[in-house]
Design a protein around this ligand. Structure first.
Ligand code: ATP
Length: 770
């Protein structure tokens, strides 16, 4: 069942007892998952127990198993690591250990378990479930529990959540913790880059991931690394020579002052020999005469605050885990909660564990093709080294090609700036060049086109684009219609543009729609056109998560965390924070979930003065009875014309007396961010590459003898995601699902999360609330 989070209802499941534990390596976002499990469990009338120190706590029992309270999860959502402890436990690997664990659980009536850990922890959980009837029978036979206990606890339900920074679990796009680890890596690489460039030094960085190259691969894409060594896909032939050739080749097209090489902890060559950072350093020093330093990031990668993404998936997965337990019966196989695109789904636990284990087996057999196959989605990322090598070779080759024979494909930015726009531009340029097309940038949006600000781009011009925030091309919110479709059409023709990619927000979508409507009058518009959604508002029809949102959400969370910390004085304070997003409440709602806010006001959810009073009463009640010292209320900038942020702040400040005072913060342009988050960088590159691939394919289908013509509505599209896979939806169809007046899609998937926010925010029901 996909994202059933919206269908929570109370009553039916009261009396169930749930145990939650974290096991194996810790990961940021585990606390968010535990918080959601405890609060949703309590909301449903269940008892929830913490099982501390993983399986060790389960085996040892006693104080290790404690009843969880709503308050105990306060102010935990942002924290890294796991507050309930994790351990590796030898005892649990043996049956006598599991017998003790079963006795400890049965004594408290715990028959529902949520295991948060890696494949080892989930394998242990499944084995425990299979053995459960036999373990209970033995406990009865040895008079350790009564027959009554056996009857009431006859079966054990298990749900797994994958918490691991390695992203080494098959069947999920991302595990809890991996995004935060990427934040730590990228922060370090960005910082190393400044000193590396100053001294023209090369850096070799060791990145975590014993068996899995996800972290180094994505970090490599996000930081424009020269080369990445990962266990799943070792370089062909002699890697030492390959590395030197690659650097020599790239210096012909890149004016690089530095080279960054990322090496996974478990990197190997095609024969299974380990590739260490020191090996890479030796090659670069001795064969390339470079000044090379090695940095091992180590446990820094596990540390620090959880990213917004990890808080959200931790929260949503934790919620889904409780619902899966409540749906489970004796015959229901154990499941694990995974992420497909932006959907949270249940999948059979053992199948996923077995596939994950098979990866290890195939790796030891050096069967790399099979390993890449089994790993699934992430290996379909445009692997940096091969793609960019291809780009460089094509750059060199294209010098000898007559340029007029190359079809020209343009990119333009349209709308407000958003992080990821520049990464998309780099992906676009790379794909065009490697396929023999000439990439063009149109600067300063549609007006820039009219003023002929069009330039043919070389690969080296996009260096350091991936991380840069804002729009390097220059962008404007004016749509094509506002600037003049007729002039735009003639300029497209004049500059011999055969296909167009528009990166931006609702304005980009609207411009593409304007072109669709005007194709009959202007045949110059009969070219393939694609829109890559990039806006912190997340309001492009057909798109579930646009470029820029992740960076903005992280910036909002950072600001809210800081506000909450500043309130740790004697006085109780409620902060009212205004977020961006135009008319769309996505940013406010998701940031509220990620920052542990108490309430959120958005345009899509009608609200009035009475709702503000109710929030005020709830906050008074909460701050009085729960021991919590601060409250947080988020409001989207356009939530209401009259019920402004200032108005809400004044109502809370007045009505909150004497329990709390209120303060107000408008985040404004700080949300957009000056460097892109790892997610936006990687998604930007991917979107740029894939949209270009679609455009080039469409171009090849509608061009003849150098002439391009298509008037099919299917050739003006938006790059979107369906079940985690890119798809290209026609603007004509999407227009039917668009509220043009409010600049919103008619269906917004995230609205159902509003209910979850209210469940997670209120500890006790307040009889005064109307
Ligand atoms: P990570 O990905 O961080 O390594 P993990 O869950 O895979 O996490 P493991 O050390 O493999 O980490 O497992 C954690 C604990 O789970 C072990 O210490 C052990 O108690 C239990 N466990 C693992 N495998 C089994 C098994 N086959 N049978 C019983 N218990 C197991």
């Amino acid at each position: 069942s996909s994202t059933s989070n919206e269908t929570i209802c109370v009553g039916e499941w009261a009396g169930n007892v749930i145990g939650v534990f974290t096991s194996g390596g810790d990961a940021q976002g585990m606390n968010a998952a535990v918080r959601a499990i405890v609060r949703v469990g309590i909301f449903l009338g269940c008892k929830v127990y913490y099982i501390k120190e993983g399986y060790q706590g389960m085996v040892d029992g006693g104080d290790n198993i404690q009843l969880a309270t709503w308050e105990s999860t306060s102010s935990t959502i942002h924290m890294g690591g796991t507050l309930i402890g994790s351990a590796r436990c030898l005892d649990f690997r043996e049956r006598p250990g599991r017998l003790k664990a079963a006795k400890n659980l049965v004594e408290l009536g715990i028959t529902n378990l949520i295991a948060i850990g890696g494949d080892g922890s989930l394998t242990g959980a499944n084995l425990f479930r299979q053995e459960w009837p036999g373990l209970l029978r033995e406990l009865v036979d040895t008079n350790q529990i009564t027959m009554d206990r056996l009857t009431t606890c006859s079966h054990l339900n298990i749900v797994g959540l994958v918490g691991s920074i390695d992203n080494d679990f098959c069947g999920t796009d991302m595990t809890i913790g991996v995004d935060s680890a990427l934040h730590r890596i990228i922060e370090s690489v960005d910082e190393i880059m400044t000193t590396a460039v100053s001294h023209k030094r090369a850096f070799v960085l060791e990145i975590m991931g014993r068996m899995c190259g996800y972290l180094p691969l994505v970090a490599g894409i996000s930081s424009e690394a020269t080369m990445v060594f990962i266990p799943e896909d070792p370089p062909e032939g002699d890697w030492r020579q390959g590395l030197c050739d690659h650097i020599k080749e790239s210096s012909k097209t890149d004016a690089r002052r530095t080279h960054i090489v990322l090496v996974a902890e478990g990197a190997i060559d095609r024969f299974g020999n380990i590739i260490k950072c020191s090996d890479v350093q030796k090659v670069l020093t001795e064969r390339m005469n470079m000044d090379v330093r090695v940095t091992v990031l180590g446990h820094v990668q596990r540390g620090g605050r959880a990213s917004a993404f990890d808080r959200i998936i931790g929260t949503r997965m934790g919620t889904e885990a409780v619902l899966a337990l409540m749906d489970a019966g004796p015959e229901t196989p154990a499941c694990v909660i995974v992420l497909h695109g932006i959907d949270i789904v249940r999948t059979p636990l053992m199948k996923a564990v077995e596939t994950t284990k098979l990866v290890g087996q195939k790796m030891s057999e050096l069967n790399f093709d099979e390993v890449v196959n089994l790993r699934g989605r992430f290996t379909h990322l445009p692997s940096v080294s091969p793609l960019w090598t291809h780009v460089r070779q094509a750059c060199n080759a294209s010098c000898s090609l007559p340029m007029q024979k190359i079809l020209r494909v343009a990119m333009i930015h349209n709308g407000q700036p958003a992080c990821g726009m520049n990464a998309a531009a780099r992906g676009f340029v790379g794909m065009c060049i490697s396929n023999g097309y000439q990439p063009l940038f149109i600067y300063e949006s549609w007006r820039g086109l009219i003023e002929d600000k069009v330039e043919a781009i070389e690969w080296s011009q996009t260096q350091y684009y991936t991380s840069a925030g804002g729009s390097k091309l220059g962008t404007s919110p004016e749509t094509a219609e506002e600037v003049g479709v007729c002039q735009i059409a003639s300029k497209l023709h004049e500059h011999n543009i055969s296909a167009l990619i528009i990166v931006g927000g609702f304005e980009a979508f609207k411009s593409a729609y304007d072109f669709l409507l005007h194709r009959d009058r202007y045949p110059e518009l009969c070219i393939p056109i694609n829109v890559i959604p990039a806006t912190i508002a997340n309001n492009v029809p057909g798109c579930k998560l646009s470029l820029g949102c992740d960076t903005a959400m992280n910036n909002i969370c950072k600001a809210c965390d800081a506000l909450k910390m500043s309130a740790n004085s004697l006085q109780k304070v409620v902060y009212v924070v205004e977020t961006g997003g135009d008319n769309c409440g996505y940013l406010a709602m998701l940031s509220a979930l990620a920052s542990g806010a108490d309430a959120c006001f958005i345009m899509e959810e009608d609200f009035g003065i009475r709702d503000i009073f109710n929030v005020c009463k709830q906050l008074k009640h909460k701050l009085k009875f729960s021991g919590v010292k601060q409250g947080l209320v988020l409001r989207n900038e356009n939530a209401s014309t009259n019920l402004t942020t200032d108005f809400i702040y004044r109502v809370l400040n007045e009505e909150g007396k004497p329990n709390f005072s209120a303060r107000k913060t408008v985040l404004g342009y700080t949300q957009t961010g000056h460097t892109a988050s790892p997610y936006d960088r990687c998604q930007g590159i991917k979107a740029g590459c894939r949209a270009t691939a679609w455009v080039l394919l469409t171009l090849s289908q509608c061009s003849q003898g150098g002439k391009v013509f298509t008037n099919s509505p299917s050739t003006i599209t938006v790059t979107t995601q369906t079940s985690g896979q890119e798809s290209y939806m026609s603007v004509e169809n999407l227009a039917l699902r668009t509220d043009f007046e409010n600049h919103l899609p008619k269906d917004q998937w995230w609205l159902k999360l509003g209910k979850l926010l209210s469940i997670l925010s209120w500890p006790l029901s307040n009889p005064e609330v109307e």
